[in-house]
Design a protein around this ligand. Structure first.
Ligand SMILES: [Zn+2]
Length: 130
């Protein structure tokens, strides 16, 4: 439980299992799932909705901003470091609702996928012209 809570950044069950194996502290995958589930229920970890097949976790409770952009095509996840976004979130004061943590997910296309899409459209246009 200590290892799961002290991992920095986003991690998966496999990351956690690899870390514990390196530390010579082998734990079964089902135990790790149960432990992370308990930490999520205790509001110490968040399970990100990045994927329906892989569980991504991150420690919360330190009041750090957690803002992510996710590519719809390749599922690349990058942290957004924007002062404007952080200030806008700080200004938001909901009524009759106590904020425990703030996470923003913005979906779109990463630069690499945008270039791939533009190339594919050019090829499509060339084929249409023939
Ligand atoms: Zn992408």
């Amino acid at each position: 439980m200590h290892a799961a809570y002290n991992l920095e950044g986003i991690f998966t069950i496999d990351d956690l299992k690899n870390l514990l194996d390196i530390l010579h502290f082998p734990v079964s995958t089902s135990t790790l799932y149960n432990t992370t589930q308990l930490l999520v229920q205790a509001n110490l970890l968040i399970r990100h909705p990045f994927s329906s097949t892989i569980a991504y976790f991150e420690r919360i409770g330190d009041n750090k901003p957690r803002n992510y952009q996710i590519c719809n095509n390749c599922h690349l996840i990058t942290r957004i470091r924007s002062r404007e976004l952080a200030e806008a979130l700080d200004l938001y004061e909901p009524r009759k609702f106590a904020i425990t943590h703030r996470i923003v997910y913005i979906n779109g296309l990463c630069a690499k996928c945008q270039r791939q899409m533009e190339r594919a459209l050019k090829v499509y246009d060339m084929l249409q012209e023939k």
